[in-house]
Design a protein around this ligand. Structure first.
Ligand code: XLS
Ligand code: MG
Length: 346
């Protein structure tokens, strides 16, 4: 590649985490957004991922004026730190109106709440300086299949996408698929589903996908092939790199911590497609281990970034001619050993 991409990195404030899980409370002191933002640049990050209530805490208790005022303050904080907001995602999984899902809830009033909150997130995004909206469709699914009409649910998701596109002619929607957790079955489990919705929308050029490594693994799929699928459609807006130790709860482990070969292949696929050359961020969605003592705990972020950059070196130093010789000879065992040795540096 003549002009290697200089990667820019992002993470969300929720990635500096207090350690609570469904079986226990916080183990680290909460850190205010005002204290988190100054940590970004020294850790090597320029982009900030947001949920709407990361920008405006206590969002449902505030008036529209109060919400926009706080968003304006956050914009100033970002500017002061030299940071770029990457996207805003409506957090549609804590409010009582979203117990049965948001856009696919069986309650018309609750569906309305989800739409109103999402359009408000689009306005918040504008206010802090981005037009990118992430839809991680946390509770759009079922615990019991017979409880919802899945066909209608997909239509409602499409209507929602079209509502957002109409609300702000510059809004861009990035759908982040995940197959389960918190739901037993989610309605948009893979990037294929997300991209089908994009093409069916009123403006496919403004709808694309965001792939999180762990989510692809939970769907039983290879993250690098999922990324390649989206890239082949020019629909990979961002990534949430992390790692996942098989089919368990969503672990959000540091990038490369479980499967270096898989991490290498994700970097290889991104590099080959020139991901990042149009300003796309390499996003991380990683959580520090609950047992980590110091607060704020940030090593998982800088470590993931460091491993990504080491893997970029590994991808760039792979000898294309040698690789091609193995491919031409259909000596895939030879290729396997070449790649493994290259990764091990022996
Ligand atoms: C959760 C998701 C979330 C999104 C943004 O599993 O990854 O963190 O990235 O809503
Ligand atoms: Mg994510």
């Amino acid at each position: 590649m003549s002009n290697p991409v200089e990667y820019c990195f992002s993470f969300g404030p929720w990635n500096i985490h207090e350690g609570a899980d469904p079986f226990g409370p916080d183990v680290r002191t909460p850190v205010a957004l005002e204290k988190k933002l100054p940590l970004y640049r020294p850790l090597g990050f320029e982009g900030v991922q947001f949920h709407d209530d990361d920008v405006v805490e206590n969002i449902d208790a505030l008036s529209p004026e109060q919400i926009m005022k706080r968003a304006g303050e956050v914009k100033k904080l970002l500017d002061g730190e030299g940071l770029t907001p990457e996207f805003v995602a409506p957090r549609l999984w804590f409010a009582e109106q979203t117990v049965d899902g948001g856009f696919t809830s069986n309650s018309a009033a609750d569906r309305q709440y989800a739409i109103d909150r999402t359009l408000q997130a689009v306005d918040i995004a504008r206010e802090i300086g981005t037009t990118n909206i992430v839809l991680w469709l946390a509770r759009e699914g079922t615990y019991i299949r017979e409880s919802k009409n899945a066909r209608v649910a997909y239509q409602r998701l499409l209507e929602t996408i079209n509502r957002i596109l109409a609300h702000d002619p510059e809004a861009r929607i990035w759908i982040e698929p995940k197959p389960n957790e918190p739901m037993d079955h989610a309605y948009v489990p893979t990037i294929g589903h997300a991209i089908a919705l994009a093409y069916a929308s009123d403006d496919p050029s403004r709808v694309s996908g965001l792939i999180e490594t762990a989510h692809a693994i939970l769907a039983g799929l290879d993250p690098s092939d999922e990324m390649a699928f989206a890239l082949a459609h020019d629909k990979l807006a961002s990534v949430h790199l992390n790692d996942q130790n098989g089919l368990k709860y969503d672990q959000d482990k540091s990038f490369g911590a479980v499967n270096l070969r898989s991490a290498f292949n994700q970097v290889r696929v991104l590099e080959e497609a020139g991901f990042g050359s149009r300003g796309e961020f390499v996003g991380l969605d990683v959580k520090v281990m609950r047992t980590q003592k110091n607060a704020p705990a940030t090593e998982h972020l800088s470590n993931s970034r460091t491993i990504f950059l080491h893997l970029v070196d590994k991808v760039r130093s792979l000898d294309a001619a040698t690789q091609q010789q193995y491919i031409d000879a259909r000596d895939y065992e030879g290729l396997e050993l070449y790649i493994t040795r290259h990764l091990m540096g022996v």
